[in-house]
Design a protein around this ligand. Sequence first.
Ligand SMILES: CC(C)(COP(=O)(O)OP(=O)(O)OC[C@H]1O[C@@H](n2cnc3c(N)ncnc32)[C@H](O)[C@@H]1OP(=O)(O)O)[C@@H](O)C(=O)NCCC(=O)NCCS
Length: 202
Amino acid sequence: MTHVLPALSDIVIKTERLVMRPLAVADAQAFATAASDPRIGDVMDHIPTPCPAELVSAWAADAPDGITAGTDYSLVITDKAQNTLLGAANLGRMVALGVSGRQFELSYWLAPSHWGNGLATECATGLRDWAFETLKAGGLRAACAMTNKASTRVLEKTGFHFINTTAFDASGKLPARLRTNFRMDKPRWEALTQHSHLSTAS
Ligand SMILES: CC(C)(COP(=O)(O)OP(=O)(O)OC[C@H]1O[C@@H](n2cnc3c(N)ncnc32)[C@H](O)[C@@H]1OP(=O)(O)O)[C@@H](O)C(=O)NCCC(=O)NCCS
């Protein structure tokens, strides 16, 4: 079944405290400054430490192509009240990996000064709902290092469930290590959101 993909300019995903929108060249310096903390590069394989603004500019210049194709949604996480950049997130369609159906992989990071306030869970929940409602995802995947307890907890709170643990060494930058893989299929999301609507109504 075909459906209309959201246009670049229409992508504004709001939660109580956050706004997620496409990465733009104007975000490059703020993104690079936040992402240069080694605690980000240590776990996000594609982010070097330090992270040069020129590299982020190049990602931002490419971002509209992925969004227009409906394959890669490279987003920034901003503070709704202050309009400042807090981190970044991505929803990437898993076509190249031979995964059938409209499966998207979710990833995210926040500047360390914003950790511990429930923001990653709020972001992941907002992107989860947007992926199923607007992108018509059939399912979501996510993965993190087995030692990444905070991200594991974020995924559990968002409704993902454990699939398995595999060896992972995508970039060669990091030593081979174990990663935990998670998924959430549409029926599970429907059950979760139906339940939360009922809870809100009661
Ligand atoms: C993972 C990350 C996004 C979490 O952000 P956050 O806004 O602090 O997350 P939240 O506050 O929504 O939730 C964190 C949960 O993990 C728990 N947690 C944090 N550190 C933990 C640890 N060492 N052991 C166990 N639980 C831990 C928190 O207590 C909280 O759970 P709770 O609400 O049940 O108490 C942030 O640490 C980060 O950006 N890390 C670097 C990038 C990364 O790991 N990205 C994920 C890979 S896809």
